[in-house]
Design a protein around this ligand. Structure first.
Ligand SMILES: Nc1ncnc2c1ncn2[C@@H]1O[C@H](COP(=O)(O)OP(=O)(O)OP(=O)(O)O)[C@@H](O)[C@H]1O
Ligand SMILES: [Mg+2]
Length: 408
């Protein structure tokens, strides 16, 4: 990792018990809310870093520590070489100037046009009219709404408003862009456009982008690394692909399940069995395990006919990830041989057939579906195998990832 541009060291932010925004009781010290609870984290210059967590996890508080809208109760936050703890307002000003921020609700000035909104921080920073005009034109061009320069926010769509927000945040050439739920108010297509724009901000301008989100989709599509927050703490951290292809924590598995159709839930499986009498198996597709070509080749080799009945392949951090549920049709011997072949190339969950179903009892599944098991049917020993080369099987293999056989 290149040199960190943002460093948290045991950062703690506590709000007094009677804060106006108190929504939850998480008493730490005499009823105080510990919104950020001992976070140690380095964000590298030039990366797109995601912070994902459910509501109340402390994400916004964490980013507010970066631009010093909040100050730490304990620990430190260093931004671009400056330790923010105990800095005077005057000393904080240049640090804040190096940070742009965009928000879910855009926070545009209604009385100003798009151009006027983008010009605002330049006026505050004392730029001349001519320099401002040139910079505003350049920024509106970059975000793709040059034709909307004279429109007021009321006449702009959500996506256009966020583009104005991004242009405004970039106006004074920040090194860091903080995006707090910047796409949460947008439809999926507009979200994709705005995420693509944030990616350009990172790639073309070299700006470090910190994305705060509760949407797995956002992390999946643009983040290089990700921190998963829960109750003020970072519970999982790393390369986005690694974290999401082998999640260690229940909360991370829930995020993965929200974005990727993983293994079929018990209810889906019942319907699949109703429609497909053959052997149902779910195979993992990713960079480390098998590709769909390998899977199809195994089936063809063993003379087994395979039909995809559920699942899909998508990308996490621009790398392939997904799972396919297949119905295998062939003689018992052929299907057994095919299963052995599949186990050799990837992680496989064998669901059995409609006539002889196999129950999936891995923990990962309980966590990702959140639905109770049908129970009853004894599990099939030896049929829940995940290849041992993969640390942390996550949604596929349970919390340890090393489910060899089934001894639960
Ligand atoms: N100014 C404040 N005073 C008191 N408590 C606060 C304050 N700001 C945040 N909190 C509390 O700190 C915790 C974390 O809040 P925060 O807004 O950082 O969460 P979040 O992860 O951004 O949630 P969301 O996804 O809903 O935006 C919550 O319990 C919240 O109620
Ligand atoms: Mg928030």
């Amino acid at each position: 990792m290149s040199e960190p541009i943002i460093s948290f060291r045991d950062a703690v932010k506590e709000f007094p018990a009677r804060g106006p925004r108190r929504r939850r009781h998480r008493p730490q010290r005499a009823g105080a809310v510990r919104a950020v609870d001992g976070v140690t984290l380095d964000i590298a210059a030039g990366e797109v870093f995601g912070v994902i967590g459910y509501s109340g996890a402390g994400k916004s508080t964490l980013v507010r520590l970066v631009n010093a809208l909040e100050t730490t109760t304990a620990g430190s936050v260093v931004v671009d070489g400056t330790d923010l703890s105990g800095l005077s307002e005057a000393r904080l000003r240049p640090v804040r100037a190096g940070i742009g921020m965009i928000f879910q609700q855009f926070n545009l000035l209604r009385s100003r046009t798009a151009a006027g909104n983008v010009a605002y921080p330049l006026e505050v920073a004392g730029w001349s009219k001519a320099d401002r005009d040139a910079r505003v034109a350049e920024l509106l061009e970059f975000v793709g709404i040059a034709d909307k320069a004279d429109s007021y926010p009321s006449a702009l769509s959500g996506g256009q408003k966020q583009r104005v927000g991004i242009a405004r945040a970039l106006a004074t050439n920040p090194r860091i862009l903080l995006a707090d739920e910047a796409t949460s108010a947008l439809d999926p297509e507009t979200t994709a456009d705005v995420l693509a724009l944030l990616q350009r901000v990172n790639r073309e301008l070299g700006i470090t982008v910190v994305v705060i989100t509760h949407e797995m989709e956002v992390v999946r599509s643009i983040c290089h690394r990700v921190a998963v927050m829960e109750r003020g703490r970072v519970v999982e951290l790393g390369d986005a692909y690694q974290v999401f292809s082998a999640p260690q924590q229940a909360v991370t598995r829930r995020f993965v399940a929200s974005a990727l159709r993983d293994r079929p839930s018990p209810a889906v499986l019942r319907r699949l069995r109703g429609r497909h009498p053959g052997r149902i198996v779910t195979v993992r597709i990713d960079e480390v395990s098998g590709s769909s070509a390998q899977v199809m080749e195994v089936l063809a080799d063993r003379g087994v006919h395979g039909t995809i009945v559920y699942g899909g392949i998508t990308e996490v951090a621009e790398r392939p990830y997904g799972s396919l549920t297949l119905e295998l049709v062939g003689s018992d011997t052929e299907v057994s041989a095919a299963l052995a072949g599949l186990h050799a190339v990837t992680a496989v969950v064998d669901h059995g057939t409609a006539a002889a179903p196999l129950e999936d009892q891995s923990d990962g599944r309980r966590d990702t579906t959140g639905v109770g098991h049908d129970g009853g049917t004894p599990s099939a020993s030896g049929d829940l195998r995940v290849r041992p080369h993969r640390p942390g099987g996550g949604p596929f293999g349970g919390p340890t990832g090393l489910v060899e056989g089934n001894d639960r």
